[in-house]
Design a protein around this ligand. Structure first.
Ligand code: CA
Length: 237
């Protein structure tokens, strides 16, 4: 399992590198944003651990650049700044999760495992065991929106929608529960996992993210807000 660590603080690099290597991961290190982006672009990793405060190009910019290249590698952001704005900026830039420094070793490992489990590339065995034998039934369909569970790809009117790991999980959950109001807590538990002590704000951030991709101009809105209740996937009336 190859991971990329982008972090400029030598003591943090050596701590994380030693710990993850002992846990059996193959860890590559970049100590600034620019070279991290280059490594992520030239090589393939199962997960990227990305510090926000980096010299030159910061973590948010690196994350945005990767997502703009349609790179969907799960990204765990490290932030020393625990404020909501920074967390939201990180998630908005396309990160899948974040960890506030200082953190416990066990927590880092738990987040990495959870992200790897959630990653579309690694969920093949977890998906829909009842329909595995029939390829045709491995496509979820709601109105004109389709999600192919084999290729982990989404499309609307036949047009491909590029999703990050977390967006994919969120869309899959919503498409498995169409025309039903899903509360923020319900979404948080099912998409991020109950072991995640996260604010439900992350749900709003991600639903908005997904909405921008799914609800396109001149197409009927599919992801709808139910005021005071949560979200629902259904065709506009
Ligand atoms: Ca730093």
């Amino acid at each position: 399992m190859k991971l990329l660590l982008i972090e400029d603080e030598p003591s943090v690099v050596s701590f994380i590198h030693r710990y993850l290597t002992e846990a059996g991961y193959d860890v590559s290190v970049a100590m600034d944003g620019q070279s991290g982006l280059q490594m992520a672009t030239e090589h393939s990793f199962q997960l990227i651990i990305l510090d926000v405060m980096l010299p030159g190009m910061n973590g948010i910019a690196v994350c945005k650049a990767l997502r703009q290249q349609n790179d969907t590698t799960p990204i765990l952001m490290l932030t020393a700044l625990g404020s909501t704005e920074n967390v939201v900026a990180g998630l908005d830039s396309g990160a899948d999760d974040y960890l506030v420094k200082p953190f416990k070793q066990a927590e880092l490992l738990a987040r990495i495992r959870s992200l790897l489990r959630r990653s579309p590339d690694n969920t093949a065995n977890a998906v829909n065991t009842t329909t595995n034998n029939n390829h045709n039934t491995n496509v979820l369909k709601v109105s004109d929106l389709e999600l192919d569970l084999n290729t982990k790809s989404a499309s609307r009117y036949g047009e491909n929608i590029v999703l990050t790991a977390t967006e994919y999980r969120l869309l899959e959950y919503m498409m498995r529960n169409p025309r039903r109001v899903l509360s923020r807590m319900e979404i948080l538990e099912n998409v991020w996992g109950v072991d995640f002590n996260m604010n439900t704000k992350v749900v709003d951030v991600y639903v908005n993210y997904l909405r921008k991709k799914v609800n396109r101009k001149e197409q009927p809105a599919l992801i709808q807000t139910v005021v005071g209740m949560g979200y629902m996937l259904k065709e506009e009336e």
